[in-house]
Design a protein around this ligand. Structure first.
Ligand code: 5GP
Ligand code: MN
Length: 323
Protein backbone atom coordinates (compact mmCIF):
# COMPACT_ATOMS: atom_id res chain seq x y z
CA UNK A 1 0.00 0.00 0.00
CA UNK A 2 2.80 2.45 0.87
CA UNK A 3 5.69 1.41 -1.38
CA UNK A 4 4.95 3.99 -4.08
CA UNK A 5 4.53 6.75 -1.51
CA UNK A 6 7.79 5.72 0.14
CA UNK A 7 9.47 5.94 -3.25
CA UNK A 8 7.83 9.34 -3.85
CA UNK A 9 9.26 10.61 -0.55
CA UNK A 10 12.69 9.12 -1.17
CA UNK A 11 13.06 10.69 -4.61
CA UNK A 12 12.12 14.28 -3.66
CA UNK A 13 13.60 16.85 -1.32
CA UNK A 14 11.39 19.91 -1.00
CA UNK A 15 7.75 19.20 -0.06
CA UNK A 16 4.58 21.21 0.30
CA UNK A 17 1.70 19.59 2.18
CA UNK A 18 -1.76 21.00 1.63
CA UNK A 19 -5.40 20.21 2.26
CA UNK A 20 -8.95 21.43 1.82
CA UNK A 21 -10.81 24.70 2.36
CA UNK A 22 -12.21 25.31 5.86
CA UNK A 23 -9.57 23.07 7.42
CA UNK A 24 -10.79 20.69 10.14
CA UNK A 25 -9.06 18.57 12.76
CA UNK A 26 -8.26 15.79 10.32
CA UNK A 27 -6.90 17.97 7.53
CA UNK A 28 -4.69 19.91 9.93
CA UNK A 29 -3.76 16.81 11.94
CA UNK A 30 -2.85 14.71 8.92
CA UNK A 31 -0.96 17.57 7.24
CA UNK A 32 1.10 18.31 10.37
CA UNK A 33 1.70 14.62 11.02
CA UNK A 34 2.95 14.12 7.48
CA UNK A 35 5.10 17.26 7.70
CA UNK A 36 6.75 15.87 10.85
CA UNK A 37 7.40 12.56 9.11
CA UNK A 38 9.03 14.32 6.16
CA UNK A 39 11.21 16.43 8.45
CA UNK A 40 12.13 13.31 10.43
CA UNK A 41 13.42 11.90 7.15
CA UNK A 42 15.56 14.98 6.60
CA UNK A 43 13.28 16.58 4.01
CA UNK A 44 12.23 20.21 3.74
CA UNK A 45 8.51 20.41 4.33
CA UNK A 46 5.92 23.13 4.87
CA UNK A 47 2.15 23.11 5.27
CA UNK A 48 0.24 25.62 3.14
CA UNK A 49 -3.55 25.97 3.42
CA UNK A 50 -5.94 28.20 1.51
CA UNK A 51 -7.96 29.09 4.62
CA UNK A 52 -6.85 30.04 8.13
CA UNK A 53 -6.48 27.51 10.94
CA UNK A 54 -9.54 27.62 13.25
CA UNK A 55 -8.66 28.83 16.78
CA UNK A 56 -9.29 25.41 18.37
CA UNK A 57 -6.47 23.82 16.35
CA UNK A 58 -3.87 26.56 16.76
CA UNK A 59 -2.28 24.84 19.79
CA UNK A 60 -1.12 22.12 17.39
CA UNK A 61 1.04 24.72 15.67
CA UNK A 62 2.51 26.94 18.42
CA UNK A 63 5.20 28.35 16.13
CA UNK A 64 2.51 29.19 13.54
CA UNK A 65 4.37 27.29 10.88
CA UNK A 66 1.24 26.48 8.91
CA UNK A 67 1.12 29.05 6.14
CA UNK A 68 -2.51 30.16 5.90
CA UNK A 69 -4.38 31.79 4.40
CA UNK A 70 -1.93 31.32 1.53
CA UNK A 71 -0.31 34.59 0.40
CA UNK A 72 1.50 35.32 -2.91
CA UNK A 73 4.79 34.10 -1.39
CA UNK A 74 3.12 30.75 -0.66
CA UNK A 75 2.08 30.47 -4.29
CA UNK A 76 5.80 30.77 -5.10
CA UNK A 77 6.58 27.98 -2.59
CA UNK A 78 3.93 25.81 -4.31
CA UNK A 79 5.42 26.68 -7.69
CA UNK A 80 8.97 25.85 -6.54
CA UNK A 81 8.23 22.62 -4.64
CA UNK A 82 9.69 19.33 -5.88
CA UNK A 83 6.69 17.44 -4.57
CA UNK A 84 3.24 18.22 -3.21
CA UNK A 85 1.20 16.06 -0.84
CA UNK A 86 -2.53 16.71 -0.92
CA UNK A 87 -4.26 15.21 2.12
CA UNK A 88 -7.89 14.66 3.17
CA UNK A 89 -9.37 16.15 0.04
CA UNK A 90 -11.56 15.22 -2.79
CA UNK A 91 -11.24 17.32 -5.95
CA UNK A 92 -9.47 20.46 -7.09
CA UNK A 93 -12.32 22.80 -6.19
CA UNK A 94 -12.03 21.74 -2.53
CA UNK A 95 -8.51 23.24 -2.45
CA UNK A 96 -10.03 26.71 -2.68
CA UNK A 97 -7.77 29.66 -3.47
CA UNK A 98 -4.64 27.51 -3.90
CA UNK A 99 -6.31 24.94 -6.17
CA UNK A 100 -5.02 26.45 -9.40
CA UNK A 101 -1.49 26.93 -8.06
CA UNK A 102 -1.34 23.27 -6.96
CA UNK A 103 -2.83 22.04 -10.22
CA UNK A 104 -0.41 24.12 -12.33
CA UNK A 105 2.70 23.38 -10.25
CA UNK A 106 5.29 21.25 -12.05
CA UNK A 107 5.91 19.33 -8.80
CA UNK A 108 5.15 15.62 -8.55
CA UNK A 109 1.91 15.09 -6.61
CA UNK A 110 0.54 12.47 -4.29
CA UNK A 111 -2.79 12.21 -2.47
CA UNK A 112 -3.59 10.53 0.85
CA UNK A 113 -7.30 10.58 1.58
CA UNK A 114 -10.33 8.68 2.85
CA UNK A 115 -13.09 10.31 0.79
CA UNK A 116 -14.87 8.45 -2.02
CA UNK A 117 -13.65 9.77 -5.37
CA UNK A 118 -15.39 10.41 -8.62
CA UNK A 119 -12.02 10.98 -10.28
CA UNK A 120 -8.44 10.97 -9.07
CA UNK A 121 -6.54 14.25 -9.20
CA UNK A 122 -3.23 12.41 -9.57
CA UNK A 123 -2.39 8.77 -10.32
CA UNK A 124 -0.38 8.39 -7.09
CA UNK A 125 -3.37 8.39 -4.76
CA UNK A 126 -3.73 6.31 -1.62
CA UNK A 127 -7.46 6.55 -1.04
CA UNK A 128 -8.98 4.27 1.59
CA UNK A 129 -12.63 5.03 2.22
CA UNK A 130 -12.71 2.44 5.00
CA UNK A 131 -10.22 4.53 7.03
CA UNK A 132 -11.74 6.65 9.79
CA UNK A 133 -9.60 9.61 8.89
CA UNK A 134 -6.64 10.70 6.84
CA UNK A 135 -4.74 10.92 10.13
CA UNK A 136 -5.24 7.15 10.55
CA UNK A 137 -3.63 6.66 7.12
CA UNK A 138 -0.72 8.99 7.90
CA UNK A 139 -0.18 7.08 11.15
CA UNK A 140 0.01 3.90 9.06
CA UNK A 141 2.60 5.51 6.78
CA UNK A 142 4.73 6.67 9.74
CA UNK A 143 4.49 3.21 11.27
CA UNK A 144 5.38 1.56 7.98
CA UNK A 145 8.45 3.74 7.47
CA UNK A 146 9.42 3.31 11.12
CA UNK A 147 10.27 6.92 11.95
CA UNK A 148 9.86 7.66 15.69
CA UNK A 149 6.59 9.40 16.48
CA UNK A 150 7.19 12.89 17.90
CA UNK A 151 4.71 14.25 20.45
CA UNK A 152 3.85 16.99 17.97
CA UNK A 153 2.93 14.43 15.31
CA UNK A 154 1.08 12.27 17.86
CA UNK A 155 -1.02 15.22 19.10
CA UNK A 156 -1.83 16.19 15.51
CA UNK A 157 -2.81 12.68 14.43
CA UNK A 158 -4.81 12.05 17.62
CA UNK A 159 -6.74 15.28 16.97
CA UNK A 160 -7.51 14.12 13.43
CA UNK A 161 -8.74 10.72 14.57
CA UNK A 162 -10.69 12.24 17.49
CA UNK A 163 -12.53 14.78 15.35
CA UNK A 164 -13.30 12.51 12.35
CA UNK A 165 -14.68 9.75 14.59
CA UNK A 166 -16.86 12.16 16.59
CA UNK A 167 -14.74 11.42 19.66
CA UNK A 168 -14.68 7.67 18.96
CA UNK A 169 -18.45 7.35 18.73
CA UNK A 170 -19.18 7.09 14.98
CA UNK A 171 -19.31 3.72 13.23
CA UNK A 172 -15.83 4.39 11.79
CA UNK A 173 -14.36 3.92 15.32
CA UNK A 174 -12.96 0.49 14.49
CA UNK A 175 -10.63 -1.65 16.57
CA UNK A 176 -7.83 -0.34 14.32
CA UNK A 177 -8.74 3.22 15.37
CA UNK A 178 -8.58 2.33 19.05
CA UNK A 179 -5.28 0.50 18.54
CA UNK A 180 -3.87 3.64 16.90
CA UNK A 181 -5.22 5.80 19.73
CA UNK A 182 -3.41 3.53 22.19
CA UNK A 183 -0.14 3.97 20.28
CA UNK A 184 -0.63 7.75 20.22
CA UNK A 185 -1.23 7.78 23.99
CA UNK A 186 1.96 5.76 24.44
CA UNK A 187 3.72 8.51 22.45
CA UNK A 188 2.62 11.02 25.09
CA UNK A 189 -0.80 12.30 23.99
CA UNK A 190 -2.97 13.33 26.95
CA UNK A 191 -6.56 12.62 25.84
CA UNK A 192 -8.32 14.84 28.39
CA UNK A 193 -6.05 17.74 27.48
CA UNK A 194 -6.66 17.32 23.74
CA UNK A 195 -10.42 17.01 24.25
CA UNK A 196 -10.48 20.19 26.35
CA UNK A 197 -8.41 22.11 23.82
CA UNK A 198 -10.59 21.03 20.90
CA UNK A 199 -14.11 20.87 22.34
CA UNK A 200 -14.27 22.88 25.54
CA UNK A 201 -13.38 26.29 24.16
CA UNK A 202 -16.84 27.68 23.42
CA UNK A 203 -17.20 31.44 23.60
CA UNK A 204 -20.24 33.15 25.04
CA UNK A 205 -21.13 34.30 21.50
CA UNK A 206 -21.06 30.73 20.14
CA UNK A 207 -23.15 29.47 23.05
CA UNK A 208 -25.79 32.18 22.51
CA UNK A 209 -25.84 31.51 18.77
CA UNK A 210 -26.26 27.78 19.45
CA UNK A 211 -29.24 28.48 21.70
CA UNK A 212 -30.86 30.73 19.13
CA UNK A 213 -30.32 28.27 16.28
CA UNK A 214 -31.46 25.19 18.26
CA UNK A 215 -34.64 26.87 19.46
CA UNK A 216 -35.75 27.04 15.81
CA UNK A 217 -35.09 23.41 14.83
CA UNK A 218 -37.19 22.18 11.87
CA UNK A 219 -38.38 18.70 10.93
CA UNK A 220 -39.51 16.84 7.81
CA UNK A 221 -40.14 13.21 6.82
CA UNK A 222 -42.08 12.32 10.00
CA UNK A 223 -39.34 13.61 12.23
CA UNK A 224 -36.63 11.60 10.48
CA UNK A 225 -35.00 14.71 8.99
CA UNK A 226 -34.05 17.56 11.32
CA UNK A 227 -32.46 20.78 10.19
CA UNK A 228 -31.06 24.03 11.48
CA UNK A 229 -30.77 27.39 9.76
CA UNK A 230 -28.12 30.00 10.54
CA UNK A 231 -28.46 33.37 8.84
CA UNK A 232 -25.83 36.10 8.64
CA UNK A 233 -28.15 38.20 10.80
CA UNK A 234 -28.16 35.56 13.58
CA UNK A 235 -24.37 35.38 13.52
CA UNK A 236 -24.10 39.16 13.69
CA UNK A 237 -26.69 39.48 16.44
CA UNK A 238 -24.80 36.99 18.61
CA UNK A 239 -21.49 38.73 17.77
CA UNK A 240 -20.30 35.28 16.64
CA UNK A 241 -18.05 34.13 13.78
CA UNK A 242 -19.13 31.86 10.89
CA UNK A 243 -16.76 29.16 12.21
CA UNK A 244 -18.75 29.21 15.48
CA UNK A 245 -21.41 27.07 13.76
CA UNK A 246 -19.08 24.08 13.46
CA UNK A 247 -20.48 21.07 15.29
CA UNK A 248 -24.05 22.40 15.53
CA UNK A 249 -25.22 19.85 12.96
CA UNK A 250 -24.12 17.00 15.21
CA UNK A 251 -26.68 18.11 17.80
CA UNK A 252 -29.50 17.27 15.35
CA UNK A 253 -28.32 13.65 15.48
CA UNK A 254 -28.88 13.47 19.25
CA UNK A 255 -32.68 13.56 18.74
CA UNK A 256 -34.54 10.26 18.98
CA UNK A 257 -35.91 9.21 15.58
CA UNK A 258 -33.70 11.53 13.52
CA UNK A 259 -31.95 9.69 10.66
CA UNK A 260 -30.66 12.71 8.74
CA UNK A 261 -29.49 15.99 10.28
CA UNK A 262 -28.67 19.08 8.26
CA UNK A 263 -27.45 22.61 8.89
CA UNK A 264 -27.72 25.51 6.45
CA UNK A 265 -25.30 28.36 7.09
CA UNK A 266 -25.81 31.54 5.11
CA UNK A 267 -22.60 33.01 3.71
CA UNK A 268 -22.13 36.30 1.82
CA UNK A 269 -23.11 36.64 -1.87
CA UNK A 270 -26.18 34.43 -1.84
CA UNK A 271 -24.23 31.33 -0.84
CA UNK A 272 -25.36 28.65 1.61
CA UNK A 273 -22.96 26.12 3.16
CA UNK A 274 -24.80 22.88 3.86
CA UNK A 275 -23.54 20.13 6.18
CA UNK A 276 -25.31 16.78 6.33
CA UNK A 277 -25.10 13.91 8.80
CA UNK A 278 -26.89 10.56 8.90
CA UNK A 279 -27.21 7.33 10.78
CA UNK A 280 -26.49 3.80 9.53
CA UNK A 281 -27.42 3.11 5.93
CA UNK A 282 -28.97 6.50 5.19
CA UNK A 283 -26.55 7.90 2.61
CA UNK A 284 -26.13 11.68 2.75
CA UNK A 285 -23.17 11.53 0.37
CA UNK A 286 -25.75 10.76 -2.34
CA UNK A 287 -27.70 13.86 -1.33
CA UNK A 288 -24.57 16.04 -1.44
CA UNK A 289 -23.32 14.59 -4.74
CA UNK A 290 -26.75 15.09 -6.34
CA UNK A 291 -26.41 18.79 -5.56
CA UNK A 292 -22.74 19.14 -6.57
CA UNK A 293 -20.99 18.41 -3.25
CA UNK A 294 -19.57 15.28 -1.66
CA UNK A 295 -18.17 13.65 1.46
CA UNK A 296 -18.93 10.31 3.10
CA UNK A 297 -22.05 8.20 3.58
CA UNK A 298 -22.72 9.57 7.08
CA UNK A 299 -21.16 13.05 6.76
CA UNK A 300 -21.18 15.20 3.67
CA UNK A 301 -21.48 18.77 2.52
CA UNK A 302 -22.20 21.09 -0.35
CA UNK A 303 -22.02 24.80 -1.06
CA UNK A 304 -25.02 26.16 -2.94
CA UNK A 305 -25.22 29.45 -4.82
CA UNK A 306 -28.86 29.93 -3.88
CA UNK A 307 -31.05 31.89 -1.54
CA UNK A 308 -31.62 30.25 1.84
CA UNK A 309 -35.22 29.35 0.94
CA UNK A 310 -34.25 27.65 -2.32
CA UNK A 311 -31.34 25.83 -0.70
CA UNK A 312 -33.57 24.48 2.07
CA UNK A 313 -36.25 23.43 -0.39
CA UNK A 314 -33.81 21.55 -2.67
CA UNK A 315 -31.80 19.84 0.04
CA UNK A 316 -34.76 18.79 2.18
CA UNK A 317 -36.61 17.37 -0.84
CA UNK A 318 -33.52 15.33 -1.81
CA UNK A 319 -32.93 14.21 1.78
CA UNK A 320 -36.54 13.06 2.25
CA UNK A 321 -36.24 11.04 -0.98
CA UNK A 322 -33.29 9.08 0.42
CA UNK A 323 -35.11 8.01 3.61
P1 5GP B 1 -18.54 19.21 7.22
O1 5GP B 1 -20.02 19.14 7.26
O2 5GP B 1 -17.93 18.78 8.51
O3 5GP B 1 -18.02 20.51 6.69
O4 5GP B 1 -18.08 18.15 6.14
C1 5GP B 1 -18.42 16.80 6.26
C2 5GP B 1 -17.81 16.03 5.12
O5 5GP B 1 -18.34 16.48 3.88
C3 5GP B 1 -16.31 16.21 5.02
O6 5GP B 1 -15.76 14.93 4.91
C4 5GP B 1 -16.07 17.01 3.78
O7 5GP B 1 -15.00 16.50 3.09
C5 5GP B 1 -17.34 16.87 2.97
N1 5GP B 1 -17.72 18.18 2.40
C6 5GP B 1 -18.14 19.26 3.09
N2 5GP B 1 -18.42 20.28 2.25
C7 5GP B 1 -18.18 19.83 1.00
C8 5GP B 1 -18.27 20.43 -0.31
O8 5GP B 1 -18.65 21.57 -0.48
N3 5GP B 1 -17.91 19.62 -1.37
C9 5GP B 1 -17.50 18.34 -1.20
N4 5GP B 1 -17.17 17.64 -2.28
N5 5GP B 1 -17.40 17.76 0.01
C10 5GP B 1 -17.73 18.48 1.10
MN1 MN C 1 -11.01 13.57 7.14
Amino acid sequence: MWSEVEQFIATHRRFVVTSHVNPDGDSIGSALGLCELLRGLGKEAMVIMGDPTPMVYRWLDPEQEIRSPACPEDHIHIHDADAIFVVDVNGWERLGTIGNAVRDAKAAKAVIDHHPYRELITPLSVVRTEASSTSELVFGLIDHIGVPLTLRAADALYTGVLTDTGSFRFSNSTSAVHAIAARLLEAGVQPARVYDLVYNQNSEARTRLMGRVLSDIHFAGNGQVAWLVVTQAMIKEAAALPEDTSGFVDITMTLAGVEIGIIFVEAPEQTVRVSLRSRGNKDVNRVAVALGGGGHKNASGVVLKESMDTAVEKVIATAVETL
